[in-house]
Design a protein around this ligand. Structure first.
Ligand code: DHB
Length: 392
């Protein structure tokens, strides 16, 4: 099979790119090792930033996401609540719309538009990366051998996929960090505990109160990476969430609500950002490279760089000058996001070597963050030093 761009991985990044390229008149073939159902039913994180939502709705993907906007979020530090007002701060919102729903909408859009996606392929091998016609060979779900040749190959198969390894070790930097804790995630059948997300820090650790619908809620709490879900019955889970969101009134659903667990605690807080994002074999102007996936708007950067509508320099003429700034641009955005997530993660979690100094310093940081106090002082009124409670 000949195509313009072959994309490995049909997660949100791969499908988004395929969708955008198709709108620009460029053919793609996408291969994916999982089934469409498996991806659609795997629970993943739920928050989208404004740029991602604009990219979805501005390109004709179903607008279901638009009914899930949140204008702010609550940070709670040892029972003290503060709200970040995104609208006031930057004039944008976030959307609480899980990644598997984004996937569902994108897969439907690709199907509607006649996009070619091969689900459940096996034995995927990337071929001839350093020639004019890189390709992918794999076995389809019905046992056929498939060989796809393209002008450009995009690896959207994640940090554990086959494509990352194709960037030669001597030009690749793996920027990897691992936090010393994991998240325990639950889904429960209950009405929402709070109108907005609550990120809570307590001396027992971090907890996140999130939502999915009027009847299903999503919550997480920080745990040891070696945690075994079998040790956690419903009562213990509710007690743990309760003591971490401490001082919330009704910040958790009634104990005894029907709990659905979604599998073992996963060491979620793993970060990997490979650089460079593209590989030009031999440093020449040849028209093929593996471009590595990132989250969020990376497909847009890539489309602009290599395959603008009406300016298909790369695919038509082998002119890859448009790709020159791709890595730098993508990495700039990625490191901004990494920095934010590093900041908020360290602010709100409890480290294994936590000490009173570290906690008090972080409380100071919390109070200096853009989060504004939501608590109205009732009684007693603040002391002259500005303290409202005992300094433990
Ligand atoms: C969810 C996950 C997150 O990591 C986050 O920051 C906010 C919400 C969620 O799954 O609901």
């Amino acid at each position: 099979v000949e195509t313009g761009v072959v994309i490995v991985g049909a997660g949100p990044a791969g499908l988004m790119l395929s969708h955008l390229l198709s709108r620009a008149g460029i053919d793609t073939v996408v291969v994916e090792k999982r089934s469409r159902e498996e991806i659609a039913n795997t629970h993943r994180a739920g928050i989208l930033e404004a740029g991602t939502v604009a990219m979805l709705t501005g390109s004709g993907v179903d607008g279901r996401v638009l009914s899930h906007g949140h204008e702010g979020t609550v940070l709670r530090f040892e029972g003290e609540s503060r709200r970040i007002d995104f609208q006031e701060l930057v004039g944008e919102s976030v959307w609480l719309y899980p990644q598997n729903e984004v996937f569902t909408d994108l897969a439907a859009a690709r199907e509607r538009d006649g996009g070619v996606v091969h689900w459940e392929v096996t034995d995927t091998a990337v071929q001839d990366l350093t020639t004019e016609h890189p390709g992918v060979r794999c076995t389809t779900a019905d046992g056929r051998q498939l060989e796809i040749r393209a002008r450009l190959l995009v690896g959207a198969d994640g940090s554990r996929g086959v494509c990352r390894r194709q960037i030669p070790a001597d030009v690749r930097t793996d920027n990897f960090t691992e936090y010393p804790f994991a998240w325990f995630g639950i889904l429960c059948e209950a009405p929402p505990s709070a109108p907005e997300l609550i990120y809570a820090h307590s001396r027992h650790g971090f907890a996140l109160i999130s939502q999915r619908s009027d009847t299903v809620q999503r919550m997480y709490f920080q745990c040891d990476p070696a945690t075994d879900v079998a040790d956690w019955d419903d009562e213990r889970i509710w007690d743990e969430l309760q003591r971490r969101v401490d001082g919330t009134g009704r910040a958790h659903p009634a104990a005894g609500a029907d709990l659905r667990q979604d599998g073992p605690a996963v060491p979620l807080v793993r970060v990997r950002a490979a650089a460079p994002r593209e590989h030009v074999p031999g440093g020449g102007r040849r028209a093929h490279r593996a471009a590595h996936r990132g989250q969020g708007p990376e497909p847009r950067v890539l489309r602009r760089a290599g395959a603008r509508p009406g300016d298909r320099r790369l695919l038509r003429h082998g002119d890859d000058s448009g790709l020159a700034g791709y890595s730098a641009k993508a990495l700039e955005r990625i490191w901004k996001a990494q920095n934010f997530s590093y900041w908020v993660t360290n602010l709100m979690h409890v480290a294994p070597d936590e000490n009173p100094f570290a906690v008090k310093r972080r409380r100071g940081e919390f109070r200096r963050s853009p989060a504004r106090s939501t608590a109205r002082p009732t009684s007693p009124s603040p002391t002259p030093g500005g303290r409202t409670g005992p300094d433990r």
